[in-house]
Design a protein around this ligand. Structure first.
Ligand code: NAD
Length: 696
C-alpha cells in the first residue's frame, strides 16, 4: 500500500504524503518518497518536485507504530531518503503546513527549497524521548536558523510557530495563501531563475561568539537536566555543526543518537510515551464505543477537592453547578476558586476577561433541583459512607436519566456507592489528586456495573480537561493509594528498625523521588492517615498495627499545618527541620515493642521502599485492578513523584531484573520477625522471574 501519491502539475511532480493520522515516516512512506524522487529524475518532462503533506500535518516524524520493529531500521531509512533528495538532479521543494516535527523537519531540511504556510509549526522533539534528532537535524537546523535558536529548539523540543522563524533561512517563503499553488509557483520560479540545487549542508553556521555561547549553554543545560543525558548530548551534536565539516558533524550526531538509545533514561521516557498512549485504551471497551455528551457538570462539595475539580471544567469552558449544604461553605469554596484565578492573574497567566468568563460559568447552589440538567455530577463530600449514601440517593432522584454519577472517593467501596442508586451502570469513580486543578492524574474507577459508554466518556472527558486517565478496578485505595500505603509502611518499619525519618527521606530523594515519605506525610497532614488507621483498627482489630505516627498525632503533631509532624517547622517556612522530640518518640516506640535498633544503609532503604511498591504493583496487575503494568507506572509517576528518569516502579523492576527483585523480596520475607505476607513475592512476579520475562 502506498503512503504517498505522485502526480504531475505541468513540469512539476508533486509527491503528496498520505500516511494517516500524522504522516509518520514509516517504511512504506519512505519507499514512496524515494520512488517519487526517482521517477521525477528519470522523467524528462519534470523540472522540479514538490513534497507536500496535508493541512494538519506535513509530517509528525517517525511512525511510532514501527518503534521496536525491524521496519524502523529497514532501508530506505530517513537518512537514505534525505540523501536521495539532496542528490536529486532536479530541485525538490518542501511545502510545509500544519505540524512539521522530528523526522518531518529533518526531511524538509534535506530539500533544496522550503515554503511554509504561516500557521505551520516546527519542532525537533526527540529530546523528550531522551534522544537527539538522528537524521541530520542537529547539523542542518543551526545552518539555517542560527546557533542559539537551533540549540533552544533542540534542547527543549518545543514546538515553534513558523512565523517566529520567518526571518531566518529556514523557509524561502512563508505564505498565507493556499499552499500547493504557492509551492508550484515557487517551483516555476526556482527553475526559471536557475537557482540550482542549494543544499543546507553546504552552508556555514554564522555565529561569531560560538565558543563562548556554547560554554554558557553547557553550564545552563547541564544544571537543568541533571538526571537526563540527552540535552547535553544534543548540545554537543549542535556544537559539532559549528566546529566540524558537515559529514563529521553528522557522525557526532549519529554516535550520540546510538549512545542515547541505549540509556536507561531514554528507555524510561520512551516507555512513558508508549504507556500514556496505552493507558487510554480499555481492552473490552472498543475505541468506537459511543460516548455521552458532557455539556454541563455538577460538583457536590466545595471543599479542597470540589473546588479544584470544578476549576478543571471551568478552564475547559464547561459550565459547573457547585452544591453545598451550607451557605458559608459554598461562599468559602467559591472564594477559593476566585482567589486561585486571581493568583494566576497576578502571575500574568490569565487575563481579567478569561477570569470573568470562567467565574461566569460557575453556578453555586444549595438546591439539588439545580442539578436536574447536568450530564455528569462528581461528588467530593466527606469521606464517610453515610454521607455518600445521602448524596447518591439524592442524585438518583434528581439527575436526568443517562447522567453520569461519579464519586471522588479515595478509599470507599465504589460498588457499595453505586448500589445506593437505581442506576449503578451510570456510576463511576473519578479519583482526582490534590490539588485537583493542578495534578495531571485521574484514576477512572470501574465498578462492577459501570457501563462501557460511561468508561469511554470518562476517558474522553479526561482528555478534554487535560488529565492523564488510568482505569482502576475497585479495591481499597485503588492503584495509587494502595501502593503508597505499602511504601509508607516499608518506610515506617525502617524507622522502627533503626533509621531516622530524615535518613529515609534523603535516601529516597537521592534515588529521585520529589519528596521523601515523611516530608510528604507532613505536607499532606498526618491526621488523614491517623483517621484511616483508627477506622481500620476498629473494623479489624486483629490486623491493627501500631504506628509511630499515632504518638505524634496524639501530641497534636499533624505535620506542616501544626508546625510539627515527623519534623518541626519554623512559622512561615516549609523547610523540614529534624526534631529531637521525634527521635525520642521513636526510641520510646522501639523500647515499647522490644526492638533493638540496627544500622540501616541507604541501599536497604531504597530496596525495601521501592520493592514494596513493585510487589504491590504486581499484585494489582495480577488481580486485574490495573489492566497492564505500564498503567501502574503512569499512576505512580503522575500522582506520587516517582522519578521520571526511572520510568515508574514496574519499569524500574524490569531494568533491575525481576529475578533480582524476587530474590530480595524472598530474603526480606525470611528474616526473623519479618511481615511474611507483606514481603512474599506476588505470584505474577515469581512467574515472570521463573520465565525470565519482564513486566513490560
Ligand atoms: P473537604 O472536607 O475539604 O471538603 C468536603 C466538602 O464537602 C466540605 O466543604 C463540606 O461542607 C461538603 N459537604 C459535606 N457533606 C456534604 C453534603 N451532604 N452535601 C454537599 N456538600 C457536603 O474534603 P476533601 O479533601 O475535598 O475531600 C472530598 C472527597 O475527596 C473525599 O471523598 C476524599 O476522600 C476525596 N479525596 C480527597 C483528596 C485530598 O487530597 N484531599 C484526594 C482525592 C480524593
Amino acid at each position: 500500500m502506498s503512503s504517498a501519491s505522485y502526480s504531475l502539475h505541468g513540469p512539476v511532480a508533486v509527491i503528496t504524503l498520505d500516511n494517516p493520522p500524522v504522516n509518520g515516516l514509516g517504511l512504506a512512506l519512505r519507499q514512496a518518497i524515494v520512488a517519487g524522487v526517482d521517477a521525477a529524475a528519470s522523467d524528462p518532462a519534470v523540472q522540479a518536485v514538490v513534497l507536500i503533506g496535508n493541512e494538519r500535518f506535513f509530517s509528525g516524524g517517525a511512525d511510532v507504530r514501527e518503534f521496536g520493529t525491524p521496519k524502523a531500521m529497514q532501508e530506505p531509512t530517513l537518512l537514505t531518503v534525505i540523501r536521495t533528495i539532496e542528490r536529486s538532479p532536479k530541485p525538490v521543494i518542501a511545502a510545509v503546513s500544519g505540524v512539521c516535527m522530528g523526522g518531518g523537519l529533518e526531511l524538509a531540511l534535506g530539500c533544496h527549497f522550503r515554503i511554509a504556510h504561516t500557521e505551520a509549526t516546527v519542532a525537533l522533539p526527540e529530546v523528550k524521548l531522551g534522544l537527539l534528532p538522528g537524521a541530520g537535524g542537529t547539523q542542518r537546523l543551526p545552518r539555517v536558523v542560527g546557533l542559539e535558536t537551533a540549540l533552544n529548539m533542540i534542547v527543549s523540543g518545543a514546538q515553534v510557530p513558523v512565523t517566529q522563524l520567518k526571518d531566518t533561512a529556514l523557509f524561502d517563503e512563508v505564505v498565507t495563501s493556499e499552499l500547493l499553488p504557492a509551492a508550484l509557483a515557487l517551483a516555476h520560479k526556482v527553475v526559471s531563475e536557475g537557482r540550482g540545487l542549494p543544499r543546507v549542508r553546504d552552508r556555514q553556521v554564522n555565529e561569531p561568539n560560538a565558543e563562548a555561547f556554547l560554554q554558557f549553554a553547557r553550564n545552563t543545560v547541564g544544571a537543568m537536566s541533571k538526571q537526563f543525558p540527552a540535552p547535553l548530548k544534543c548540545l554537543e551534536a549542535v556544537a559539532a555543526s559549528v566546529s566540524k565539516p558537515f559529514d563529521e558533524g553528522q557522525k557526532v550526531e549519529r554516535e550520540g543518537f546510538l549512545a542515547l538509545m541505549q540509556t536507561p533514561e531514554s528507555r524510561a521516557l520512551r516507555h512513558v510515551f508508549a504507556a500514556e498512549r496505552a493507558a487510554s485504551k480499555i481492552s473490552d471497551v472498543p475505541a468506537d464505543t459511543p460516548t455521552r455528551a458532557i455539556a454541563k457538570v455538577g460538583v457536590i462539595g466545595a471543599g479542597t477537592m470540589g473546588g479544584g475539580i470544578a476549576m478543571n471544567f471551568l478552564n475547559a469552558g464547561i459550565p459547573v453547578v457547585m452544591l453545598e449544604t451550607k451557605a458559608e461553605a459554598l461562599e468559602r469554596g467559591v472564594g477559593t476558586i476566585r482567589k486561585n484565578y486571581e493568583n494566576s492573574l497576578k502571575k500574568g497567566k490569565l487575563t481579567q476577561d478569561k477570569l470573568d468568563a470562567r467565574m461566569a460559568l460557575l453556578q453555586p447552589t444549595l438546591d439539588y433541583a439545580d442539578l436536574s440538567d447536568v450530564d455528569l455530577v462528581i461528588e467530593a463530600v466527606f469521606e464517610e459512607m453515610g454521607v455518600k449514601q445521602q448524596v447518591f440517593e439524592k442524585l438518583d432522584s434528581v439527575c436526568k436519566p443517562g447522567a453520569i454519577l461519579a464519586s471522588n472517593t479515595s478509599t470507599l467501596d465504589l460498588n457499595q456507592i453505586a448500589a445506593f442508586t437505581k442506576r449503578p451502570q451510570d456510576v463511576v469513580g473519578l479519583h482526582f489528586f490534590s490539588p485537583a486543578n493542578v495534578m495531571r492524574l485521574l484514576e477512572v474507577v470501574r465498578g462492577e456495573a459501570t457501563a462501557k459508554d460511561v468508561l469511554a466518556t470518562s476517558m474522553k472527558l479526561a482528555k478534554t480537561i487535560k488529565k492523564q486517565a488510568v482505569v482502576s478496578g475497585v479495591c481499597d485505595g485503588f492503584i495509587g493509594n494502595r501502593m503508597v500505603a505499602r511504601y509508607g509502611q516499608a518506610a515506617h518499619d525502617l524507622v522502627v528498625a533503626g533509621a531516622l525519618p530524615q535518613q529515609v527521606d534523603k535516601a529516597l530523594e537521592k534515588f529521585g523521588f520529589a519528596m521523601g515519605p515523611f516530608r510528604m506525610g507532613d505536607l499532606a497532614g498526618l491526621d488523614i492517615g491517623w483517621a484511616i488507621r483508627k477506622r481500620r483498627n476498629a473494623e479489624a482489630p486483629a490486623e491493627a498495627k501500631p504506628n509511630v505516627a499515632d504518638a505524634l498525632c496524639e501530641a497534636g503533631r499533624f505535620g506542616q499545618k501544626t508546625g510539627a509532624g515527623w519534623y518541626r517547622y519554623i512559622p512561615g517556612n516549609r523547610v523540614a527541620q529534624p526534631d529531637p522530640v521525634v527521635a525520642e518518640t521513636i526510641v520510646a516506640f522501639r523500647a515499647a515493642h522490644g526492638v533493638t535498633p540496627r544500622a540501616i544503609s541507604d541501599e536497604e532503604i531504597i530496596e525495601r521502599c521501592v520493592y514494596a511498591l513493585v510487589n504491590e504493583g504486581a499484585r494489582i496487575v495480577e488481580e486485574g485492578i490495573a489492566e497492564r503494568a505500564s498503567d501502574v507506572d503512569i499512576v505512580y509517576l503522575n500522582g506520587y513523584g516517582f522519578p521520571l528518569h526511572r520510568g515508574g516502579p514496574m519499569l524500574y523492576a524490569d531494568q533491575v531484573g525481576i529475578v533480582n527483585v524476587e530474590r530480595a523480596l524472598k530474603r526480606i520475607a525470611a528474616e526473623p520477625g519479618a511481615d511474611v505476607a507483606f514481603w512474599t513475592p506476588a505470584a505474577l512476579l515469581s512467574r515472570l522471574a521463573a520465565a525470565n520475562e519482564t513486566f513490560n
